[in-house]
Each structure stands twice: as structure tokens, then as C-alpha cells.
Design a protein around this ligand. Structure first.
Ligand SMILES: Cc1cc2nc3c(=O)[nH]c(=O)nc-3n(C[C@H](O)[C@H](O)[C@H](O)COP(=O)(O)OP(=O)(O)OC[C@H]3O[C@@H](n4cnc5c(N)ncnc54)[C@H](O)[C@@H]3O)c2cc1C
Length: 358
């Protein structure tokens, strides 16, 4: 075999896995973009989630809570940019209050500590510019700079001898005695192939295609979300992330203070067929309407189109909750499919889980 292990995709998850299994033998990471972190890992809210939302016992719940702990540990030990802000989930309409109590119970079942339901008065004292009938305080939520964490995992992987092939796309995989043969397209378009004992599929939006090359059927739906930014003069009025009561598919258009002093509103959700990262400026009005009930100081002209990201979701329109798929499908082949939110938070815990399988 040419390699002990090959990881397809150098996003936050592939990088964390590489840093974890590096040194066990020759490990390669194959990434079709010209460098790491160009996919979903660089187009998201950069929130360290707590794990309150997911069904108890799900991988999303377990790996989010553990990933949260690990990200703070790694960040604080290595001086990486993060801030333990806490967050508020706010009830703004009559009838939403009960949901916050359910969310608190759910979070506690998942092992999230320090959750507290706050009265409107208490919220006003903590964040005078915010409006809420009631709010859930989640102290373990934080914000991070995803690129700096990816730099950290990349360098750690390199130190452990992992080799990266950038601009190289995996186009086919077949089974051979004792492992797999991986066919790739090199940056100049020429074909190349090599053999590997272990293959980890962390190809994000295209993880279903990679799984399909070995006959495993999944459908990853593209769920786009766009963001608008708020100027520092407005962002400084509220210094914690604020989330509305979530809907079935997403956590809702939320507010997040950025590490650079600006604020961010988003993401919305729209199922699309192809990768498209445009931000329609006319959507600013919908965003304004969504947040004005809890951020009354925001004016439509504050909103500036920022960026878009695409969630790789197993949950299609009309479907119920779908968990991450993290599975050794056959000896040596590990699928990581449907790694949507909270995948950034869960990444170091996913890496430990994958390392434990091999
Ligand atoms: C709008 C939005 C907001 C989010 N907010 C949060 C948040 O606040 N907190 C949180 O925890 N999570 C959040 N997430 C989820 C999080 O961003 C993802 O779960 C995480 O980034 C997934 O990382 P990944 O490494 O699996 O995927 P990616 O970063 O997409 O990496 C996959 C890589 O595989 C490569 N690839 C694909 N096919 C091939 C091939 N054939 N050959 C070689 N390489 C290939 C791609 O180029 C890509 O670089 C959000 C996601 C979105 C879209």
C-alpha cells in the first residue's frame, strides 16, 4: 500500500482528523481546492455551539458538547482567537416562552451546564438594547476564528508527517486487496492513482458522491444561507450572540458579534441544486423584519450584504431531524456524511471518534 490512510477533503473536519491520526503511518489529505478551508468551513457563523438543540443520544448532541469542550481547551492552550461570550435564545412572541423551558430541559439532558431562563427585566439589565419577553442564557456558547483553528490543525497534521495534495480531485475509488485504489485528477488535469489501507470521506457537500463511488447511497441536500453585516456602531450595542426560537430546518436568523467589532445577521435557509454563493441585496428587508422584534435599534440601511454558505444536509425539505453519519461502512472505509451544523464545533470530537474506529 502507498499510504496507511487517505482523507478526502481539507475542511475543518478533514484537518482535525488528519491532525489526530497523523503519525500512525503515511497519511495523505487530498483536497481539490488550491488550499485548505475553502469550503463550508470558511462560510459559516463561527459560533462554538453548546449542544442544546439536538435530540439526546444523537451524535450531534454528544459530539457538539464534547467538541465545545475541546475547542475551548485547544484555543486557550494555543492562544487562538475565540471568546466565551455565552448566548441568549429569545422569546419575542406570546406562546414562545414554553419552548425555552423545553430547550433548557433538552440541553440539560445533553449535559450542557449553566442554562438559565431569564425574565425580561433580567435580560434588559444584561443587554439594555435587546428586547425579549423571556430568554434562555447559554453560558458555554462562544465565537471563534475558524481559519485560525484550521491553521492550527493543518500545522499539527504537518508536524505529524501528514502530506497534503492541493488542487487534486478524487474522481474514482475501487476496492483492492487490503484497501482501496484512489484515482485522482492532478492540477494539470492528468490522472494519477495510488493505494491506501484506510479512506476517510470528509468531502462536505460532495460526501455523497465520494460514498457513491463505493456503492453507498446518500443524498446531501444543499441548504444555502446568506448573511448581512452590521456596522460596529450598532454591533457594540449587544455583545453576545442572540438567537430567535428556531424552526424545523435551522436555528433562525440570528445576531452574532464578530471578533473584529462588526456584527453579523443570518443565515436564512433556501434549498438549492447547485453551488451558488451570491447574496441578493433585496433580501435585507426580510432580515430586517426577522430581527427588528429583538434588535429594535437595527435599521434597514444598516444591513450590508456579506457572504453565503451552504449546509450539507441529509435533511431534505419536509424531512425530520437527521443526524451526522459517522460510520465505518466496511473495514477501512469511514464515511462522514451530512456534517452540517454543528460540524465546526464538533470537528475535534469527530476526529477523536474516527481515530478510535481505525
Ligand atoms: C451558513 C452556515 C452556518 C454554519 N454555522 C455554524 C456554526 O456557527 N457553528 C458550527 O459548529 N457549525 C456551523 N456550520 C456547519 C459547519 O460549517 C460545517 O459543519 C463544517 O464546516 C463542515 O466541515 P467539513 O470539513 O466537513 O466540510 P468542508 O469545509 O466543506 O470541507 C470539505 C472539503 O472537501 C473537498 N472536496 C469535496 N469533494 C472533493 C473531491 N472529490 N476531491 C477532493 N476534495 C474534495 C472540498 O473542496 C472541501 O474543501 C454552518 C454551516 C453553514 C453553511
Amino acid at each position: 500500500m502507498d499510504a496507511f490512510a487517505t482523507i478526502v477533503g481539507a475542511g475543518m473536519v478533514g484537518l482535525a482528523v488528519a491532525s489526530e491520526i497523523g503519525g500512525r503511518g503515511q497519511v495523505y489529505v487530498v483536497e481539490r481546492e488550491e488550499t485548505y478551508g475553502r469550503g463550508t468551513s470558511s462560510r459559516n457563523s463561527e459560533v462554538i455551539h453548546s449542544g442544546i438543540y439536538y435530540p439526546p443520544g444523537s451524535l450531534k448532541a454528544e459530539l457538539c458538547v464534547e467538541g465545545n469542550r475541546l475547542l475551548y481547551e485547544i484555543g486557550e492552550r494555543n492562544g487562538l482567537p475565540l471568546r466565551r461570550t455565552g448566548k441568549l435564545v429569545v422569546a419575542v412572541e406570546e406562546g414562545q416562552e414554553g419552548y425555552l423551558h423545553c430547550l433548557k430541559e433538552n440541553g440539560e439532558s445533553n449535559g450542557v451546564e449553566g442554562l438559565e431562563v431569564l425574565s425580561a427585566e433580567k435580560v434588559r439589565k444584561l443587554q439594555p438594547y435587546l428586547r425579549a419577553r423571556l430568554a434562555l442564557w447559554v453560558p458555554s456558547t462562544g465565537i471563534l476564528n475558524a481559519h485560525k483553528f484550521m491553521d492550527y490543525f493543518y500545522l499539527k497534521a504537518r508536524e505529524r508527517g501528514v502530506e497534503f495534495a492541493f488542487g487534486v480531485e478524487v474522481v474514482d475509488i475501487s476496492r483492492v486487496n487490503g484497501g482501496f485504489e484512489v484515482e485522482v485528477r492532478e492540477p494539470d488535469g492528468s490522472p494519477f492513482s495510488f493505494t491506501t489501507e484506510v479512506l476517510v470521506n470528509s468531502a462536505g457537500l460532495y460526501a455523497d458522491r465520494i460514498a457513491g463511488l463505493l456503492g453507498y447511497e446518500y443524498r446531501v441536500h444543499f441548504a444555502k444561507g446568506v448573511y448581512f453585516s452590521l456596522p460596529p456602531a450598532k454591533a457594540e450595542l449587544v455583545d453576545v450572540p442572540v438567537y430567535p426560537v428556531p424552526d424545523r430546518y435551522s436555528l433562525g436568523i440570528h445576531y452574532k458579534p464578530e471578533l473584529d467589532g462588526r456584527g453579523k445577521l443570518g443565515p436564512d435557509i433556501e434549498y438549492i441544486e447547485y453551488e451558488d454563493y451570491t447574496v441578493p441585496p433585496e433580501r435585507a428587508m426580510d432580515f430586517y423584519k426577522s430581527v427588528k422584534s429583538f434588535l429594535p435599534f437595527v435599521e434597514p440601511e444598516d444591513l450590508v450584504p456579506e457572504m453565503a454558505g451552504i449546509r450539507p444536509k441529509l435533511q431534505g425539505p419536509g424531512d425530520d431531524f437527521r443526524d451526522f453519519v459517522i460510520r465505518q461502512e466496511e473495514p477501512g472505509f469511514v464515511n462522514l456524511v451530512g456534517i452540517d451544523s454543528p460540524g465546526l464545533t464538533a470537528a475535534p470530537a469527530i476526529a477523536e471518534m474516527v481515530a478510535g474506529m481505525l
